[in-house]
Write a protein that binds this ligand. Structure first.
Ligand code: PLP
Length: 403
C-alpha cells in the first residue's frame, strides 16, 4: 500500500514577513473605493500622490527615449547621464563643499527602494536605529525587515512634533547605529530648520552613526527652501541622502528614486539591487534625466504645483481659523495636515473610521505613524475637495468633542 501524500498545509507567511502590517494608507484607500462603488459621496484624502500630470517635456523625453531604443537593461545603478545629473545637483546643494561623484549615486525603482536598500545594507540584527516619530509608516517595517530594532524618538508637539538633537541623544542606546531623518516630514508636514538639522547631523557624526536623510519632499516647501542634509552635514562619510522624482515632479508611477552614499555603501547597494530588481525601467530613467536636468518649462511646472499646494494649505488653515478646530502641526512642507484628534473622546483610529463611514472623508489614522491620537490628511487633491474635507473633519471633531 502506498502512503497517502501529506495534507497540504494552509499558507502561513514565513518568519521573514509574518510581522508585516498592511499599509494603513492602502487599507484606507481600499475602504474609500468600496464606499464609492456603493455610490457614496467620498472624498479620498488618504493617499500622498500629486494630482497633477507629469510635466509635458518629461513625457516627451520619455517618448523620444523609447523611439531611440531605450528598451534594454541598463547598468544596475542607472544610466550614467542620470547619475551625473543627480551628482551635479547634489554638489550644488552643498554649495560645492561636499562634492558628489556619479559613482556615489545608485538609481532605483523609487525612493522607497533606495530607503530599503540603504537600511538593509547598513543595519542588521542587534542594531538600534533611531526614528524621529511620527514618521512614514514604511521606515518601521523596513528596519524590521533588516532585523534591526526601531527606537522611536517622539517629537515635541510644541515644535511641530520634531525631534531635536537633545531628544535623539536622550533616546540613544549603546547599540545605536543609525538615524533616519525626513524633512519635510510625512506625516506632519513639518520642516527641520537649518540649525535643527545641523545639530542632528553633528550629533550623529560625533557618535559615529549612519544617517539616512529622506528628502523626497525637499522641493515642496513653503517658507523658502527646505535645508538639505548636504548643506549642513559635517561630512558625507556616514551620510546617505535619498530622493526621487515622485512627488516634486508628479511622477509617482514612473518609479525612479536614488541614493547618494559613500562609494563602498553605493557599491553594496548596487550589488544588492543587482540580485533583487536590477536596473529601474530604462525609459523611466530617461524621463527622470529630463526632470533632474530641468529647464525653464519644467521648473515652471514644479513651481506651479508648489504654488497650488501652498494655496490649498492656506485655504485649509483659513477654514481651521473660523472656529474651534483640532490642533494641527503648522504645515511648512510636503502636502499633509496632521491633526490631533485623540483624547477622552476617542483615538485617531476611531476618528478616521467614523469620519469615513459617517461623513465620507478618508484620512489615515496616526497609529500608522506611531501617533495614535492623530490623523493625517493629504491635500494633494483639488482645492474644493480638500476644503470640503477639512470642513467635514472639523464638524466631526466638534460633534465628538461637543465643542
Ligand atoms: C517620506 C516618504 N519617503 C519615500 C516615499 C516613497 O517615494 P517613491 O514613490 O519614490 O518610492 C514616500 C511616498 O509616500 C514618502 O512619503
Amino acid at each position: 500500500m502506498t502512503a497517502s501524500p501529506p495534507a497540504a498545509q494552509p499558507f502561513a507567511p514565513s518568519s521573514n514577513v509574518a510581522f508585516l502590517r498592511e499599509s494603513a494608507t492602502i487599507a484606507v484607500s481600499a475602504r474609500a473605493k468600496a464606499l464609492k462603488a456603493q455610490g457614496r459621496d467620498v472624498i479620498d484624502l488618504g493617499v500622498g500622490e500629486p494630482d497633477f500630470p507629469t510635466p509635458a517635456p518629461i513625457v516627451e523625453a520619455a517618448k523620444a527615449a523609447i523611439d531611440a531604443g531605450a528598451t534594454k537593461y541598463t547598468a544596475t545603478e542607472g544610466i550614467l547621464p542620470l547619475r551625473e545629473a543627480i551628482a551635479e545637483r547634489a554638489t550644488r546643494e552643498s554649495a560645492g563643499r561636499l562634492p558628489v561623484a556619479a559613482a556615489e549615486v545608485v538609481v532605483s525603482n523609487g525612493a522607497k527602494q533606495s530607503l530599503f536598500n540603504a537600511i538593509y545594507v547598513l543595519f542588521g540584527a542587534g542594531d538600534d536605529v533611531l526614528v524621529p516619530s511620527p514618521a512614514w509608516t514604511s521606515y518601521y517595517e523596513m528596519v524590521a525587515l533588516a532585523r534591526a530594532n526601531v527606537v522611536p524618538v517622539i517629537g515635541d508637539p510644541a515644535n511641530g512634533l520634531k525631534a531635536t538633537a537633545a531628544h535623539v541623544a536622550a533616546a540613544a542606546t549603546p547599540a545605536t547605529r543609525g538615524l533616519l531623518l525626513n524633512s519635510p516630514s510625512n506625516p506632519t508636514g513639518a520642516t527641520y530648520t537649518l540649525h535643527e538639522l545641523r545639530d542632528l547631523l553633528a550629533l550623529a557624526e560625533e557618535r559615529g552613526w549612519w544617517v539616512i536623510a529622506d528628502e523626497i519632499y525637499a522641493q515642496i516647501a513653503y517658507e523658502g527652501t527646505a535645508t538639505s542634509a548636504l548643506a549642513v552635514a559635517p561630512s558625507r562619510d556616514r551620510l546617505v541622502v535619498v530622493d526621487g522624482v515622485a512627488k516634486a515632479w508628479a511622477m509617482t508611477g514612473w518609479r525612479i528614486g536614488w541614493a547618494i552614499a559613500p562609494r563602498p555603501v553605493a557599491a553594496a547597494m548596487a550589488a544588492f539591487q543587482s540580485h533583487t530588481t536590477s536596473n529601474p525601467a530604462a525609459v523611466s530613467q530617461h524621463a527622470a534625466l529630463a526632470a533632474v536636468r530641468g529647464g525653464v518649462a519644467i521648473e515652471q511646472a514644479v513651481r506651479h504645483m508648489v504654488d497650488e499646494f501652498r494655496a490649498r494649505r492656506d485655504a485649509c488653515l483659513a477654514v481651521l481659523a473660523e472656529g474651534p478646530a483640532p490642533a494641527v502641526v503648522p504645515p511648512t512642507g510636503a502636502f499633509y495636515l496632521f491633526f490631533e484628534v485623540g483624547g477622552a473622546h476617542g483615538d485617531g483610529d476611531h476618528f478616521a473610521r467614523t469620519l469615513l463611514e459617517e461623513r465620507g472623508v478618508a484620512v489615515v489614522p496616526g497609529s500608522a505613524f506611531l501617533a495614535p491620537g492623530w490623523v493625517r490628511m493629504s491635500y494633494a487633491a483639488p482645492q474644493a475637495q480638500v476644503v470640503e474635507g477639512v470642513r467635514r473633519l472639523v464638524a466631526h471633531w466638534r460633534a465628538l468633542t461637543g465643542r
